[in-house]
Design a protein around this ligand. Structure first.
Ligand code: PGA
Length: 253
C-alpha cells in the first residue's frame, strides 16, 4: 500500500453558475471537517476561479485547494482565448488538469502538447494532474497498456527529473460520465503499470507520485477503488457536483 496522502479532486467541467457554485462550495467547506485525512481540490471553470478563490480564502481553515481544468502551452502573447499559468496563479490556482480525454478528443490535444502544458505548469509551481486513459476500442484491442504508457512517456520525456512533482490520473475514456466504472482490479492493474513506469523513470521518489483513478467514481464505489494499493485518490466529475457525494468520497479517502 502506498503511504502518500490521498488526493480527491473534483472536476466540475463546464458546469455551474455564480449562484450554484456558492451553494456547492459552501456545503463542501462546511461539511469537510477532518482536514488532515486527505487532500482535496476543486477544478472549476476559469471564469469562476476568482469567485471560488475568494470563498476558499474566507474559510481560512479549509484544506480545499483550487484547481483549473486547462492552461495554455504558451507563456503569453497573441493566443486569443487562452489562459496562461501565471494568470491562473494570480487567482490562487495550485493544481491544473492537463490532457483530460475531453480535451484530447474535442480539442485534438496530442501527447506532445499535453507534455508541454505539464512542463509549463511545473515551471510555475502549479501541480499538473496529467490524465491518461484508453478508449473502449483500444481496451477491446488489448492496447490499454500501450496507450497509457505512451501518454505518460511523453510527459516523462519532457519534464525529466521533475516527474515526481506531477499527479497522474488514470481515466479510462469508456468510464467517464457513463456510469461504467473500471472494477477495482481493472483499475489497480493499470495503476500498477503506471507505477512501474514512474519507478523506472524516477526511482524511489516515484513512490510519492499520486496516481488517481477517474471515471464514474461515486460515493458507493469509492471505497473499493481507494483501498487498492496503487490508487492514491480520485478525479471525480459528476459526483463532485453534489456536495454530499463529494464529501463521502473524501471521507472514504
Ligand atoms: P465522471 O468524470 O466522474 O463524471 O465520470 C470524471 C472525469 O472526467 O474527470
Amino acid at each position: 500500500m502506498n503511504s502518500v496522502k490521498k488526493l480527491i479532486a473534483g472536476n466540475w467541467k463546464m458546469n455551474g453558475s455564480l449562484e450554484s457554485n456558492t451553494t456547492l462550495l459552501k456545503s463542501i467547506l462546511d461539511g469537510d471537517t477532518r482536514a488532515d485525512a486527505c487532500d482535496a481540490v476543486v477544478c472549476v471553470p476559469s471564469v469562476y476561479l476568482s469567485q471560488i478563490n475568494s470563498l476558499i480564502q474566507d474559510a481560512a481553515s479549509s484544506r480545499v485547494r483550487l484547481g483549473a481544468q486547462d492552461l495554455s502551452a504558451h507563456e503569453k502573447g497573441a493566443y486569443t482565448g487562452e489562459i496562461s499559468v501565471s494568470m491562473l496563479k494570480e487567482f490562487g490556482v495550485s493544481f491544473v488538469i492537463v490532457g483530460h480525454s475531453e480535451r484530447r478528443q474535442f480539442h485534438h490535444e496530442t501527447d506532445q502538447l499535453v507534455a508541454i502544458k505539464a512542463e509549463r505548469a511545473l515551471g510555475a509551481g502549479v501541480t499538473p494532474i496529467v490524465c491518461v486513459g484508453e478508449t473502449q476500442e483500444e481496451r477491446e484491442a488489448g492496447l490499454t497498456e500501450v496507450i497509457v504508457k505512451r501518454q505518460l512517456a511523453a510527459v516523462i520525456h519532457l519534464v525529466g527529473h521533475c516527474i515526481s512533482e506531477i499527479v497522474v490520473a488514470y481515466e479510462p475514456v469508456w468510464a467517464i460520465g457513463t456510469g461504467l466504472t473500471a472494477t477495482p482490479e481493472q483499475a489497480q492493474s493499470v495503476h500498477a503499470v503506471l507505477r512501474a513506469q514512474l519507478n523506472a523513470a524516477a526511482g524511489d521518489v516515484a513512490q510519492r507520485i499520486r496516481i488517481l483513478y477517474g471515471g464514474s467514481m461515486n460515493a458507493s464505489n469509492a471505497k473499493s477503488l481507494l483501498t487498492q494499493p496503487d490508487i492514491d485518490g480520485g478525479l471525480i466529475g459528476g459526483a463532485s457536483l453534489k456536495a454530499l457525494d463529494f464529501l463521502s468520497i473524501i471521507a472514504c479517502a
